[in-house]
Design a binder for this molecule. Structure first.
Ligand SMILES: [Zn+2]
Length: 370
């Protein structure tokens, strides 16, 4: 629910690609270019607009790096292009393959196999009792060719931690908290321990994106694990205006006037809701069980409400300000000092629970001006 605003500059993009290059031998590197070209060949015919937009990016790279420009361009494609390529692959390869797959299965023992309609699961499924099905599925599956072009690059990703690329990415994004939940810190320690990188488009279904910088999201282990492979549309922290419609709100079982409750009553009555009008955001929240995670911290949430109540009270505000002043805490620092986080949206990426504090303050003010 926290967007990542940092984008690599040209120098950093080159640095990233050179780091990835170190993970491959010459053959793999050359083969990589051919695999990317393989996607472009079809795209040229089926979706020229997208192909053209990618080529514009490629030409920019050609001037910078010469012959390796196709790989440079691919590995640093901005998120919006990655998403368009993913949609193109879904439409032209995955969906037709699944349709063929379903129509073949309907003729067989569909019940037994219907749980394997997902391409990833299908690949791992043993068709020992259905050899004829297996042959037919291969025949009618046009995604397998693209998949097999890229599947080896999942192993190349395995080299990232040896080359300390994970560490480098977490450092570059300058995100100190998990962008999916804002509940856990994403650490870098001594180039050895670092945050996990979530493949926003999963590497098992879309191995072509397994090394693309803007597909790699520093995240906490829980979010990374719980998200796993699912094919629902979710919001990426790299999207333009990512998560801007998400709001964390509270309601109380026995009437909503928090000023009349003790801290203990607040804690007993509070229910935290996370909402958005955007379907993709809602998928993030439900799939990753984000509201469940927040409701686990009701004690903290009720303390925040009490803090807001006292902070916005004129008398206590004066008192807090005078204490702060005596302790050399400036007006700019006072909210952070008091709430333990920033209320400024731009600094959301630095502290855990910063979004909840900010949204709760908004809600409190709104309730008390009515
Ligand atoms: Zn998380």
């Amino acid at each position: 629910m926290i967007s990542i605003n940092k984008r690599l500059d040209l120098h950093e993009q080159k640095e990233y690609v050179l780091k990835v290059k170190k993970c491959m031998d010459t053959d793999q590197w050359n083969k990589f270019e051919q695999s990317i070209q393989y996607i472009y060949e079809d795209m040229m015919n089926y979706e020229y607009g997208l192909y053209n937009d990618i080529q514009i990016n490629g030409i920019r790279w050609k001037k910078e790096v010469g012959k390796d420009y196709i790989i440079y361009s691919w590995l640093t494609l901005e998120y919006s292009l990655l998403e368009r390529i993913k949609n193109y692959i879904d439409k032209n390869y995955i969906k037709p393959s699944l349709n063929n797959y379903n129509s073949i299965l309907r003729k067989y023992d569909y019940k037994e196999l219907q749980g394997y309609c997902d391409l990833v699961k299908r690949r791992n499924y043993s068709y020992s009792n259905h050899k004829d099905v297996s042959v037919k599925l291969k025949q009618f599956n046009n995604y397998d060719k693209i998949y097999s072009e890229f599947v080896n690059y999942i192993n190349i990703y395995g080299e990232f931690s040896k080359q300390k690329i994970n560490w480098w990415i977490v450092d570059k994004t300058n995100v100190k908290v998990c962008p999916y939940c804002n509940l856990a810190y994403t650490y870098n320690r001594k180039e050895k321990v670092t945050a996990q990188l979530d493949h926003f488009f999963s590497k098992s279904e879309y191995p072509m994106f397994s090394l693309c910088y803007y597909n790699l999201i520093p995240s906490c282990p829980v979010c990374n694990h719980i998200k796993l492979d699912n094919n629902k549309k979710m919001s990426s922290p790299y999207e333009e205006n990512a998560f801007k419609d998400i709001e964390i709100t509270w309601k109380l079982a026995g009437g909503n006037n928090s000023d009349e409750k003790t801290l203990k009553e607040l804690c007993n009555e509070i229910e935290i809701n996370i909402k958005s009008d955007k379907e993709a955001d809602i998928n993030n929240i439900t799939i990753m069980k984000i509201d469940e995670a927040y409701n686990y911290h009701k004690d903290y949430a009720s303390e925040i409400i009490k803090k807001i109540q006292t902070y916005l009270n004129e008398d206590s505000k004066k008192l807090i300000q005078s204490i702060a002043f005596k302790n050399l805490i400036s007006d700019d620092e006072i909210e952070r000092f008091y709430f333990g986080t920033y209320l400024d949206e731009a600094k959301n990426t630095d502290r855990i629970l910063s979004k909840m504090v900010r949204d709760f303050t908004k809600q409190y003010k709104l309730m008390n001006t009515k």
